[in-house]
Design a protein around this ligand. Structure first.
Ligand SMILES: Cc1cc2nc3c(=O)[nH]c(=O)nc-3n(C[C@H](O)[C@H](O)[C@H](O)COP(=O)(O)OP(=O)(O)OC[C@H]3O[C@@H](n4cnc5c(N)ncnc54)[C@H](O)[C@@H]3O)c2cc1C
Length: 344
């Protein structure tokens, strides 16, 4: 019962974050027979793949030589909900409290309270905002040619496009946009930090590259963006290119926000976990995916989903210490579930 005397609807596992890792955690928890809920602050499931790069190909998830992020998410959502998980969208979790003596966890969102025995935090980089490019005109043309997030590549068809940045996002956008754009120019102030193979593909592509030491000075236009002015910061040499569209991909400012007050150990904006169990320092609270840190952590979908399996299996044993940590292969688990369902 809660303070108002109402029956609490207690879940076994509540997954905070419906990105690729949270979705897989929800599937696996459901498969292991846990009553599971996912909460995400965004209106759609999929995390960074839907919010940041729905039209980009992913090449390093097992079983798919090449898959569009939005297609991967479609499969991941179907899989997540197939074992009974429910999803609560547009709810940001702001509070986590473990109540004694029963050890239940109360999660508070901006809409209501949720009760759960365990939590798996799969909150990625927390609430994230693209870093803004500070140069005259850029703010004015945001939404009128200047993009920080890209929902559809079609906007760039037949256009002159300028891309700012030298990390994976900038390089991946350049490679995705050039086949349909009229011309793509990439401006970057330093060396490329992107994956070696992508940088090599970029050098072999018709994308015009200005790096290192090139920075945007100003953007101009009338109702819509028309030109980008930039310069070589060492020599002062000036350039201007026509541009109807500009993608700024200079990173994200991430903030774990309210999670910092949940009693977790935080290092460099990530939650410290024991990689053998994915347990945080708070009993019953596990974490997986981009949000965690431990020695040799890789921030990738493939490693995140593996962490989700570890977190779920340890959550199972946390809830019922007599349960098996390793339940075996999915076929066996599903067959046992079906048998139990038909017997009841
Ligand atoms: C441009 C780009 C290209 C990439 N390419 C690849 C690639 O090719 N291969 C690869 O493996 N990885 C790639 N990545 C990395 C990959 O996207 C991440 O590793 C992956 O998204 C991590 O998944 P996640 O579920 O941990 O977090 P996320 O995808 O970040 O999802 C976290 C979710 O948690 C929600 N959330 C956060 N805080 C709260 C809160 N308090 N309450 C409720 N909800 C909350 C967010 O809204 C979000 O939906 C790329 C990343 C970028 C930016």
């Amino acid at each position: 019962m809660d303070e108002q005397g109402l029956e609490r609807d207690v879940y076994d596992v509540t997954v905070i974050g419906g990105g690729p890792v949270g979705l897989f955690a929800a599937f696996y928890a459901g498969m292991r027979g846990l009553k599971t809920k996912i909460i995400d602050s965004l209106p759609e499931l999929g995390g960074q793949l839907i919010a940041v790069y729905p039209e980009k190909y992913i090449y390093d998830v097992a079983g798919f030589p090449k898959i569009l992020a939005k297609d991967y998410v479609a499969g991941a959502v179907e899989q997540a909900l197939s074992t009974g998980a429910v999803a609560c969208l547009e709810e940001a979790v702001i509070g986590l409290e473990r109540l004694e003596p029963e050890g239940l966890i109360r999660l508070t969102t901006d809409k209501r309270e949720h009760w759960t025995r365990t939590v798996i935090i799969c909150a990625g980089i927390g609430s994230f905002e693209p870093k803004r490019l500070e140069a005259p005109g850029v703010r004015e043309f945001e939404g009128r040619g200047v993009h920080y997030l890209v929902r559809s590549l079609e906007v760039f068809r037949g256009k002159d496009v300028v891309i700012i940045g030298g990390g994976d996002s900038a390089v991946d956008w350049a490679l995705s946009v050039y086949p349909l754009a009229r011309q793509v120019t990439l401006i970057h102030r330093s060396k490329f930090r992107a994956h070696e193979r992508s940088v090599q593909q970029l050098h072999e592509s018709p994308v015009r590259l200005y790096y290192p030491f090139y920075e945007v000075k100003e953007v101009r236009g009338n109702h819509h963006l028309e030109e980008v002015y930039f310069h070589q910061t060492r020599t002062g040499e000036e350039h201007v290119v026509p541009a109807q569209e500009m993608i700024v991909a200079i990173g994200f400012a991430a903030d774990l926000g309210p999670m910092k007050a949940w009693g977790l150990t935080i290092e460099r904006n990530s939650i410290v976990v024991d990689p053998q169990t994915m347990a945080t320092g708070v009993p019953g609270v596990f974490a997986a995916g981009d949000v965690v840190t431990y020695p040799s952590k890789f921030k990738l979908i493939a490693t995140g989903v593996a962490e989700a399996i570890i977190a779920v299996n340890h959550a199972v044993v946390y809830i019922d210490p007599s349960a098996r940590l390793d339940a075996g292969h999915s076929t066996n688990i599903m067959e046992r579930r079906e048998k139990a369902a038909s017997a009841s």
